[in-house]
Design a protein around this ligand. Structure first.
Ligand code: ADP
Ligand code: MG
Length: 691
């Protein structure tokens, strides 16, 4: 046995501190903020592949510190372990710059108040030792440049090159968090690719408050959808607990299909807080099923009760009084998103009395108002016409949707979603819109009691699901299966993928039909029971998702969109996907970031116009890396259409049809559940083969 040499240890440890582009950018931004900077400018070349430059106007690095700057565990932020309990800077481990030296070429230009406008240019070697110094002109502050990130780590460098788009967006998302939380600093981030002009990715508005900073990263169109959230803990407690922030209102257009714009800050430190995230999402989804809220929540708590040193990136925190924090958070979120029942009761009566009263009710402010307006909106939208069944004639008939026009076209026949393959006249789908209506109504009509009931149901559902997992782990009783258990995709996938691979469906032999609803199939020694309706439904659903082009209604007056930079980049990158879903956009590369996209064509599905909210929903899914997806509303229409196309329970099937249904499962992306969540198949029985 022998000790690992110093250089190897340095590289091994550094590899864990700077794991990706995001981490490199994060460490430099934190250093700038820790140096008391009021402006921080992040500049990437080729999305960070060529270089990363972070400049600040902070206090600079004194002559005495230059030699130690990039040495492992040298820091100006703490002196001993006990200082950890009161540390208020982002960094304190003294390992970021030293690790960066092992991962990239590091140069620093810096000047302090005393030396400016004279500064120094410093170069460091891979071990973090100062290798050259020369004087330069420099205002007070520091600029750190990283070049050739991961040059000595070929696997990571290759991975970075391959996924540079995604990595870049993740780095932007990280900087956004600091831009939201840092009141005193103005943070900008830009990227320059090859000979192009730099593209600004983050820019905090000057002198902005928390909401303005949040909106600057979410996109200006989110501003009216945000509501304030705050709560204070027990004043007698030494915890000094307090919460403040903003969350999106419980209306579908304010929710996202991905849980990506959700920020937690504990004592000003951006962090991951999985339990809190789950809790907030659950509360919100109690009001708006299927959507995730957008939020930024700052938690202030006695520093001595927080352990910030759990992981090198300091994103995971250990809170000694986590349950108290979660309790207060739940209370604050409920207060912020709960519709105001008393106001609502009056509106309901007014709606029934007649249209004349509707205008008056729109003077009532707050969450209820927007939900009420949404109802009116969606009712109007359902009355809007579809010019023609034919896709091309739709494109040739531009209209800007106006309420009057909607009425004129009321008599026309709808036909907007059309599979290229299908020759059948599409039926009017009402299921999706009915459900929307029910959901919209629900959060508005809810009373406190029904909220409590929902909460209880949520708990029971969780309990039920855990029971079901146990069932699945054992051999399952077919009678239980036949009753059609519902389960979510992940649960079903994990339960089934242990047993069977998709390709195995093609190898199955059909035994026969059971109860006119299920196919019994055999694979080697195992018998499986397959839901004929759910399986066929999923086949039709994926076919529609893949092939269907949604008709687009050109707009006479294009709509200027205001998006967050990540969403905007994704939308530009995935223009074709958007067009397939009927969202035609125009990109103005010269416009301000966040305002580069204009909507020029809007999808129409079964007389319903899809709007910006649906576009954002789709963009959210694309930002998560999903492809071939649709916005939630279109997904529901496809699901309902697939359901009606599929072979029904109670329908006798011959062997050939059963074989087709089972075989086609092997070609699906996700054959384990129908689009409504019902499992398509369960293990039935393991045959005891004679010895
Ligand atoms: P840490 O931030 O944990 O102290 P780092 O390796 O990131 O460790 O930085 C080491 C030290 O270098 C810091 O403690 C700080 O004194 C100094 N430093 C780094 N970046 C800057 C900067 N932008 N401005 C001033 N000082 C800096
Ligand atoms: Mg640091």
């Amino acid at each position: 046995m022998q000790a690992i040499d110093k250089d190897t240890v340095h590289r091994l440890c550094s590899g864990q501190v700077i794991v990706d582009l995001t981490m490199a950018v994060k460490e430099l931004v934190e250093n700038a903020l820790d140096a008391g900077a009021t402006t921080v400018d992040v500049k990437l070349k080729d999305s960070g592949l060529t270089s990363i430059t972070v400049s600040d106007n902070g206090r600079g690095i004194s002559a005495d510190d230059r030699a130690h700057l990039c040495r492992k565990h040298w820091t100006s932020k703490i002196q001993s372990f006990s200082d950890l309990s009161s540390v208020s800077t982002f960094g304190f481990r003294g390992e970021a710059l030293s690790s960066l030296c092992a991962m990239a070429k590091v140069t620093v230009t810096t000047a302090t108040e005393a030396t400016a406008p004279m500064g120094v240019h410093l170069e460091y070697d891979g071990a973090g030792e100062l290798s050259s110094t020369r004087p330069v002109a420099r205002e007070r502050g520091t600029t750190v440049v990283l070049e050739d990130l991961f040059a000595r780590w070929p696997v990571r460098q290759m991975d970075l090159r391959k996924n540079i788009r995604r990595e870049y967006l993740r780095a932007v998302a990280m900087v956004e968090q600091y831009a939201v939380v840092c009141d005193e600093a103005r943070i900008t981030m830009s990227n320059r690719n090859k000979s192009n002009d730099p593209v600004v990715a983050v820019r905090t508005p000057a002198g902005a408050d928390r909401l303005a900073r949040l909106v600057s990263v979410l996109g200006a169109q989110m501003r009216p959808h945000m509501t304030e959230l705050s709560a204070t803990g027990d004043s007698a407690s030494a915890l000094d607990l307090g919460l403040a922030g903003y969350i999106s209102k419980p209306v579908p257009e304010a929710g996202r299909s991905a849980a990506d714009k959700q920020y937690f800050f504990v004592n000003g430190r951006p962090c991951d807080f999985p339990r809190a995230k789950k809790l907030v999402n659950e509360v919100f989804r109690g009001y708006v099923p299927g959507k995730y809220p957008v939020y930024a929540v700052s938690i202030e708590i006695n520093r001595s009760t927080v352990d910030v040193n759990l992981t090198p990136d300091k994103r995971m925190l250990l809170l000694r009084h986590e349950d108290e924090v979660l309790g207060l958070l739940e209370q604050a979120v409920e207060m912020a998103v709960r519709p105001k029942e008393s106001v609502f009761g009056v509106q309901m009566v007014q709606t029934q009395i007649g249209a004349g009263v509707k205008r008056e009710s729109s003077s009532v402010p707050g969450v209820i108002m927007s939900s009420y307006e949404k109802l009116q909106d969606s009712t109007n939208k359902r009355l809007k016409p579809l010019a023609d069944e034919n896709l091309t004639s739709l494109k040739a008939a531009p209209v800007t949707p106006q309420p009057q026009q909607q009425k004129q076209h009321k008599q026309q026949q709808p036909a907007s979603v059309e599979s290229r393959q299908s020759t059948k006249k599409p039926q009017v789908v009402t299921l999706g819109t009915c459900r929307n209506r029910v959901q919209n109504d629900r959060y508005a009509w809810d009373s406190v009691e029904s909220r409590l009931r929902l909460k209880q149901q949520r708990k029971e559902r969780l309990h039920e699901e855990s029971q079901r997992l146990i069932l699945e782990a054992e051999e399952v009783d077919p009678s239980v299966l036949a009753s059609g258990l519902s389960s979510n995709d992940t649960t079903a996938t994990s339960a089934l993928s242990r047993l069977i691979h998709k390709a195995d469906f093609a190898q199955m032999t059909i035994v026969g039909q059971f109860n006119l609803g299920f196919i019994i199939a055999r694979l080697k020694d195992d018998l499986y029971i397959i839901d004929q309706h759910a399986s066929d439904e999923k086949h039709h659903f994926e076919d529609l998702q893949r092939r269907c082009v949604i008709a687009s209604q050109p707009l006479i007056r294009p709509v200027q969109l205001q998006m967050g930079v990540v969403d905007e980049s994704v939308a530009i990158e995935c223009r074709e996907e958007l067009e397939r879903s009927g969202f035609c956009v125009e990109v103005d590369e010269g416009a301000e970031v966040g305002e580069r996209i204009r909507l020029v064509g809007q999808p129409v599905v079964d007389r319903v116009y899809y709007d910006k909210g649906d576009l954002m929903d789709l963009v959210g899914k694309l930002a998560e890396g999903q492809r071939g997806v649709r916005c939630e509303r279109a997904r529901r229409v496809f699901a309902s259409r697939a359901c009606r196309k599929a072979v029904m329970i109670g329908h006798p099937l011959d062997m050939a049809s059963m074989r087709t249904i089972v075989r086609q499962l092997s070609d699906l992306d996700h054959p384990w559940n129908c689009p409504h969540g019902r499992p398509t198949m369960r293990h039935l029985y393991r045959l005891q083969m004679p010895e």
